[in-house]
Design a binder for this molecule. Sequence first.
Ligand SMILES: Cc1cc2nc3c(=O)[nH]c(=O)nc-3n(C[C@H](O)[C@H](O)[C@H](O)COP(=O)(O)OP(=O)(O)OC[C@H]3O[C@@H](n4cnc5c(N)ncnc54)[C@H](O)[C@@H]3O)c2cc1C
Ligand code: FES
Length: 505
Amino acid sequence: MDTLSVWRGTAQSTGFAMLDGEVAADVLIVGGGITGVTLAVLLAEQGREVVLLEAGEIGGGTTGHSTGNLYETVGNGMQEITSRWGAEVALHVVQERRTAIDFVQSRCQKLPDVGFRRCDLVQWAQATGDQGYIDKEIQALEAAGARVERSTSVPAPLPVALGDVLVLRNQAQFQPQAYVAAMARMAAEHGAKLHEHSRVLELDTKKGRAVTASGAVQAKEVVMATHTPKGIHLVHTEMPVHREYAIALEMDPGAAGPGAGIFWWHGSEGLSMRTTQAGDRHFLVVAGQEHKVGIHNAKAGLLALENAAHKHFGDRPVAYRWSAQNYRGADALPYIGRNASGCFVATGFSTDGLTWGTVAARLIAAELLGHKAAFADHVRPNRLSPVKGAKNIIEENVTVVKQLVKDYLTGRQDEKLSELKPGDSAIVDVEGETLAAYRAPGGELFAVSSVCPHMGCKVHWNSVETSWDCPCHGSRFRPDGTVIEGPALSPLKRKDTPPLAGGAT
Ligand SMILES: Cc1cc2nc3c(=O)[nH]c(=O)nc-3n(C[C@H](O)[C@H](O)[C@H](O)COP(=O)(O)OP(=O)(O)OC[C@H]3O[C@@H](n4cnc5c(N)ncnc54)[C@H](O)[C@@H]3O)c2cc1C
Ligand code: FES
């Protein structure tokens, strides 16, 4: 299935050249999403020599597949932060996130139009049983110093409110792809060297050296702005990874819509909704159906989202469909700062990373420029009691993987490669080895090792995005084994065994 976000489908591409040869830098930033690009701007403005390497295109990771909302609260609720960390930390979180939104607004005033607008965040309950959450959330936000109010209705055609509605004033939204592309151009104007299609294949964080297929960078400092750090890091064991789906429904320009706003319908369907416009086309963006990576039927998730959207908003055409993943901090806060590997990481943003990514860039820039901010201590990557927590999570992951392997072997073990129809995938045993196989619509057969090169879990097929996804820490691979995202640096091993060359087992 083809997936493309409304943001990437309607924004101009950036066109930075691939890295060519050996270069040196003060700071190497790996990753051209909102975190990496914002950091590149901040450092380049202060005269630092910055090289940014992006595996694909600027914004092509999660940033260009988000919903483009900026808010001072967090998606899982301020009440969780208050209950885990106390009222003072909740106050700091709201303050930091508010400052980050103000920063984005001030940047947008210097950029071409990227659709930035101030708006309310509106949250209401899907069922009467969900109303208690809304009431608690209003209290938690008030205590954390947020500008929250109660209302009794939401704008049409959104699903009606059953009880009090939470309204958070003066939040914001923008076109995330347009913003990150414009910020990348701004970084380049200040002297940063940005390279697209320059995937880091080897990274020595202690020596500050990164190698791509066409060059290498030697840097004094390395920042992994890769959404989750590459290689093996303790934070991987602490972060559950989820995928979420989004669609953009084409709206009749004359039809009444909810207007500007971040609309969160809290409950089992858990929809996030907003409008956007590209030229004279109007869209309603609907996101939801979150599930753990690699243990769900992706097509069913997307279909459920489309059905929910059609049920509430009528039979409007779906112009764009996409999906992306998020990494959730084990204790509701992200991990930002220098970790044991010696380089900087910025991860665990959950679905709030446009603002957390901006916070992260500002914190890391401050530290690299010699004045560490107080908030940095709340989000330092090594703050958890490592071994005990990690053990529990590894055990949980192992359980998941065992379950998956069982499903594969009982369900599809005897499926023959030769019987795979175009568009079909299967996990099959070939000469004692378990392979992940896929036959492309054109007939070409891909067979790769089913063992994730990151830490050895088994991959699972994602039917929406035609990829092999790892349930443990979120690495994803194309049918030919190349890395799409996640902590794995190396591909799934391609298996060109003699039986496969012949197309049959
Ligand atoms: C469906 C969905 C909706 C969301 N909506 C919102 C929202 O409305 N508001 C909000 O605040 N947050 C939202 N989020 C979360 C937010 O989008 C992310 O947290 C944020 O974009 C992360 O930004 P980033 O720069 O850290 O990572 P990314 O944008 O993922 O950028 C990382 C980059 O690193 C690159 N990279 C990876 N490996 C390598 C390598 N080896 N070499 C070179 N480059 C590499 C990738 O290609 C990628 O471009 C949403 C998330 C999802 C899944
Ligand atoms: S992503 Fe860690 S084992 Fe696959």
